[in-house]
Design a protein around this ligand. Sequence first.
Ligand code: ADP
Ligand code: MG
Length: 259
Amino acid sequence: MGAIPSRIQGGLKEPRADRTPAAGDAVRLDGLSFRWGQSLPPVLALESLVIARGERVFVEGPSGSGKSTLLALLAGVAVPQSGVLEVLGERLDRMSGVQRDHFRAHHIGYVFQMFNLIPYLSMVENVVLPCRFSQRRRAAALRRSPTLEGEALRLLAHLDMGDPALRSRSVTALSVGQQQRVAVARALMGSPGLVIADEPTSALDSDRRESFLRLLFDECRDSGATLVFVSHDAALEGLFDRTIRLGEVNGAVLAAPAP
Ligand code: ADP
Ligand code: MG
């Protein structure tokens, strides 16, 4: 594997976030309210929302209803102005920004809508990336395969990306469907407890969406991860354990003044 540029090297060893979080629910939100800025209207007001460990949850809602905002909270990118935000047994609302950064690196696998692959890294280097930021994920990956590269290739093979001819190809030369699989392998690397995906199937045709989801489910089940998946594609809903309809549970929407 080629050298990883030094600016993205160095694992985190922060003790609190690095320990395996306590048993319990994967997500617990209680009396949570959130707005992006003081002068902006509330985006989310969630009285109570619990997601059990290992659940596969579909989050549905119209554009602008706060789906991505909810994911930003679960990933510790944003913090609520009030209420409880507990993820994998840890109170993110009580953590500092640095602690949340560490928590995210250790425990969250995030599949971005636009994949956010690093263009100057190879496919395998992109997948290995979370292990550069987290000793915990590095150790977890090495429990499954003898090397990090081997674990990346194992995940990629599961996602139908095992063809050696693909390995040397720049990630920017991959098709959208292939980039998406690399993004998923990267999110799953090192067995994070919570996998979050923000509309990752929007670029796929409907046949490939279902097979892609089955692969994602298999991998989450194998590693015991909880999956929170956002999509506006209602056809996928039946494949999940449960649907959270943000329009129904979000009090901020109900309280918003009529336009
Ligand atoms: P969805 O993902 O359901 O389409 P979002 O969570 O992206 O909805 O957006 C919900 C609301 O929050 C929208 O009004 C949007 O403009 C606003 N919003 C989203 N992200 C930001 C941000 N980073 N800063 C300010 N406002 C934001
Ligand atoms: Mg969104």
